[in-house]
Design a protein around this ligand. Structure first.
Ligand code: NAD
Length: 504
């Protein structure tokens, strides 16, 4: 797999990317990047402090007039070149993503990296197609048209589960629309965001259009969110931190885009293809070791299929191969960190008091004992109001509950504060269609769960946030719409002046 490289050499000039070049942080505080498959340190860097955030925002501000003033064709051309540079570096990007996250290389080279390249190519095209209402004489006496304008400097904050894709989802629509960006990646996984920004520069995107400040949330993150020169915050992460971000962005009246947590239901009706549902549930619960905001986490299975579904899922989970992320045969890598593995294990240990752990529920020993591994875990007999059913565990853990009527299934699917994604499994058109109407989530799959495409929006309802990533809908987030109205009468005394001057 890939080329592999020495991380310390690659990032020798520093792990911040400001004004088109790498440089060290100046916070005086240091952060380690750890390979969660082994526990070995792969990098140590000085994090971004408030001065670094200020410098990045200043670089983005300086770059803004030129970038916003470029034609859509010019921005599009550079984004096409950017996609080409990323493509040429695909192996390096997949290597770094697997190293810092523990992702199986099957996933990083088959999903994270090609998805990012496809997104870049999509936004290269979309940059030339900003939509709005047609110009027309809506009042009769005026011509109205809409200008769709960028906002200015966008501050983005991203999580560690898909560092490269999250950087892409935040940066690409923003810069395609003419904004400039300062992105703060999660401090434990900064490597591929830095490589992404370097690739943008190498493709010819002007210095300062894409900046990365690698640092902690309370330090670099909060300073960025509150910064008076940042016009918008685009945040992906947990609902709790999203609330804090919203509060911090309030005083400066920033536009907010929040992609928050999820607890996706997986609703299996009794006319579903059982084999498809079983395979779908295992894949959708375990993708990225369950660290996916849209992962299947709560399966509700109509009573006639319940027993067969539970035994099918348990049996299939036991065949999943845990191992070295760089072994192409590995299905499941470690969790992102030992700390997060212990958090996931805590949910399962507490569940033993009120539910049944059918399979998994432990960290493997032997060769994998030093890594942050956790076995695929299936839980049954949990009550709807229990922690395992309601909280975002963010690990390879699936809870299965039975239901009787269709009404009950849909009610249970909607019964958490979240609303990011959901799936319904049925061979019946009307049943499936009802699920798409009545499940309150930003994405509902029918007879599948997880696939995404660059052309379609991703974003939540309710406590999963608001705003859309990917697709042309994301331009709603990263542009502001201006109404321009031209008088067509060329007379000094307009008809509407009667409202002020009467008949005079
Ligand atoms: P997190 O909320 O802990 O952190 C997300 C980012 O916010 C990180 O960069 C972190 O450093 C930063 N941060 C933390 N405190 C901050 C503060 N006070 N001010 C500013 N920034 C701060 O989330 P995580 O653990 O990195 O990621 C997992 C979470 O992300 C899960 O809840 C998952 O559902 C969510 N997620 C959502 C989506 C989506 O599209 N809705 C996608 C991926 C992940």
């Amino acid at each position: 797999m890939g080329t592999g490289f020495e991380v310390a050499d690659r990032f020798a000039d520093g792990s911040q990317f400001i004004g088109g070049r790498p440089r060290p942080g100046t916070s005086g505080r240091y952060q380690e990047v750890v390979d969660p498959a082994t526990g070995a340190r792969v990098h140590r860097y000085e994090t971004a402090g408030t001065d670094d955030v200020d410098a990045a925002v200043a670089a983005a501000r300086a770059a803004y007039p030129g970038w916003a003033g470029a034609t859509p064709a010019e921005r599009s051309g550079l984004l096409h070149r950017f996609a080409g540079v990323l493509d040429a570096r695909a192996a390096d990007l997949a290597y770094a993503e697997s190293l810092q996250c523990g992702k199986p290389v099957k996933l990083s080279s088959g999903f994270d990296v090609p998805g990012t390249i496809d997104n870049t190519a999509f936004f290269a095209g979309a940059a030339r197609r900003l939509e709005g209402t047609a110009a027309a004489e809506y009042s009769g006496d005026h011509t109205s048209c809409v200008r769709r304008e960028p906002l200015g400097v966008v501050g983005s904050v991203a999580p560690w589960n898909y560092p490269l894709q999250m950087a892409a989802w935040k940066i690409l629509p923003a810069i395609a629309a003419g904004n400039t960006v300062v992105l703060k990646p999660a401090e434990i996984t900064p490597l591929t965001s830095l490589m992404f920004a370097q690739a943008a520069t190498d493709a010819g995107i002007p210095d300062g259009v894409v900046n990365i400040v690698a640092g902690t949330g309370p330090d670099a993150g909060e300073h960025l969110v509150g910064h008076p020169d940042v016009r918008m915050i685009s945040f992906t992460g947990s609902t709790d931190v999203g609330r804090r971000v919203a509060a911090l962005a309030g005083p400066t009246v920033k536009r907010l885009h929040l992609e928050l947590g999820g607890k996706a239901p997986f609703l299996v009706f009794d006319d579903a293809d059982l084999d498809a549902a079983v395979h779908g549930a295992v894949a959708a619960a375990l993708i990225n070791t369950g660290q996916d905001c849209t992962a299947a986490t709560r399966a509700y299975v109509q009573r006639p299929l319940y027993d067969a579904f539970v035994s099918g899922v348990a049996g299939l989970m036991e065949t999943v191969r845990l191992g070295d992320p760089f072994d192409p045969a590995t299905d499941l890598g470690p969790l992102v960190s030992h700390r997060h593995r212990d958090r996931v294990a805590g949910f399962v240990e507490r569940a033993r008091a009120y539910a049944t752990v059918v399979t998994g529920g432990e960290a493997p020993g032997g060769d994998l004992a030093d890594g942050a591994y956790y076995r695929p875990t299936l839980i049954t007999d949990a009550a709807q109001d229990s922690e395992a059913v309601r909280a975002e565990i963010f690990g390879p853990v699936l809870v299965v509950l039975p239901f009787d009527t269709d009404d009950e299934g849909i009610r249970l699917a909607n019964d958490t504060p979240y609303g990011l994604a959901a799936s319904a499994w049925s061979r019946g058109l009307y049943r499936a269609n009802r699920a798409t109407r009545e499940i309150r989530a930003g994405c509902v799959w029918i007879n599948d769960h997880i696939p995404i495409v660059s052309e379609m929006p991703h974003g939540g309802y309710r406590a999963s946030g608001y705003g859309k990533d990917m697709s042309s809908y994301s331009f709603e987030e990263y542009t502001q719409v201006k109404h321009v109205m031209y008088d067509n009468t060329a007379v000094a005394r307009k008809d509407w002046h009667r409202t002020v001057f009467g008949d005079r």
